[in-house]
Design a protein around this ligand. Structure first.
Ligand code: D61
Ligand code: MG
Ligand code: MG
Length: 345
């Protein structure tokens, strides 16, 4: 008798993958079968953790222990959580989290260990920054927060690529490059989501940066401060661009075609988004500013090897540089970074 229940679970797992991520579901589903389920579960476990972090309606005396113990929860068959606010976009994932746990427990032990270790470290980091009075003040704080929520994902993924021998052990060894893969994606997202996060009273832009242009972060959204806001945007764009070299160096060492595609697509989307952000005052007036569908389709097609990806990075770096206002302090620094890219590859 065929065990249809397994198919049912699988169908729900990929329903949640598609439902919780525009940018990652396609590239995860295109992965080699050896990595597709482990990375899909890796994604859903961390998206479940992030849903707890993002829900500002959960009291801290519930939220903090949940974040810190999530790495143990994933070993508890049947666990679900229905206390998220009605507006939390991925709340249904936690309502049905038992099927994520059931599937997690069927993964190979080496994948389970990577997922559990990453969840533990990410949960601790999220709890630290969710604690009252803890803010992203210095650029080191900014790098640390992004390390917790995204850099660690890069480390875990590199561990998986090396564990299944699709990539050499050296990929997992270069933790600085794996970390930069996450920091670049997360910093672009945080820069893009300025208004959405401000509305949720969440401040991820480092005070060391916005503090040079305004007394309060929300002042950047006032029309009378447009020039200062645009200069601050240049500063944030520059801060993200600092990871460009590491991203290209990381991608240059990836040999497996399906792994390369999976790693490259989010990065080219991010540099294209950064280009859309630079010099674009809409970020401070409207939420959910995205690159056009046609551009993403073109990027997906043109990201099959390191030469194509390096050319895309050089193209966008030049466009960002051309838009940078010479009166902005960051003008020189962005020019240096873009110049370096010209030499790299
Ligand atoms: O709520 C949202 O929708 C966005 O949440 C953001 C936030 O709350 O800051 C924020 O949540 C971060 C905490 C949960 C991490 C979830 C995640 C994301 C992508 C994955 C890809 C593969 C495997 C596991 C993955 C896990 C978020 O999703 N930011 C998007 C950037 C995160 C990039 C992670 C990452 C790092 C290195 C990578 C290297 C290669 C390929 C993909 C990579 C993906
Ligand atoms: Mg989130
Ligand atoms: Mg979050």
């Amino acid at each position: 008798k065929y065990d249809y229940s397994n198919d049912k679970v699988r169908e729900r797992i990929y329903y949640h993958l598609n439902n919780t991520s525009r940018s990652f579901s396609a590239v995860i589903q295109a992965l080699d079968p050896e990595l597709k389920d482990p990375i899909c579960i890796f994604y859903l476990v961390l998206r479940g953790l992030d849903t707890v972090e993002d829900d500002m309606t959960i009291d801290l005396d519930i939220k903090l222990p949940l974040l810190k113990s999530f790495h143990e929860i994933i070993y508890q068959p049947g666990w679900t959580f229905d206390k998220c606010g009605p507006k939390e976009k991925d709340r249904q994932l936690l309502v049905e989290f038992d099927i994520v746990i059931e599937t997690f427990l069927k993964l190979k032990p080496e994948y389970q260990k990577i997922i559990a270790d990453t969840t533990k470290r990410m949960g601790e980091g999220m709890a630290h920054y969710a604690t009252a009075g803890v803010h992203v003040n210095t650029t080191e704080d900014f790098d640390q927060y992004c390390h917790y929520v995204a850099g660690l994902v890069g480390l875990g993924l590199s561990g998986m690529f090396s564990a299944c021998n699709f990539e050499s052990p050296s990929v997992a060894k270069r933790e600085d490059l794996s970390n930069s893969m996450g920091l670049f994606l997360q910093k672009v997202n945080i820069t893009r989501d300025f208004l959405e996060d401000l509305r949720d009273n969440r401040h991820f832009w480092p005070k060391a940066i916005w503090g040079e242009y305004a007394d309060k972060m929300e002042d950047l959204a006032k029309p009378e401060n447009k020039e200062k806001a645009m200069e601050c945007m240049s500063h944030m764009v520059h801060n993200a661009l600092c990871h460009m070299q590491d991203v290209l160096e990381y991608l240059g060492q990836i040999k497996n075609p399906s792994v390369f595609h999976f790693c490259a697509i989010p990065q080219v989307m991010a540099i294209a988004t950064l280009n859309m952000l630079q010099g674009n005052y809409n970020i401070f007036t409207t939420e959910n500013v995205k690159i056009r569908k046609g551009e993403t389709v073109w990027l997906m097609k043109e990201s099959n090897n390191i030469d194509q990806v390096a050319a895309i990075f050089r193209l966008y770096a030049r466009q960002i540089n051309n838009k940078t206002n010479p009166l902005h302090r960051q003008f020189v620094d962005i020019g240096v970074l873009c110049g370096q890219i010209e030499q790299t590859c």
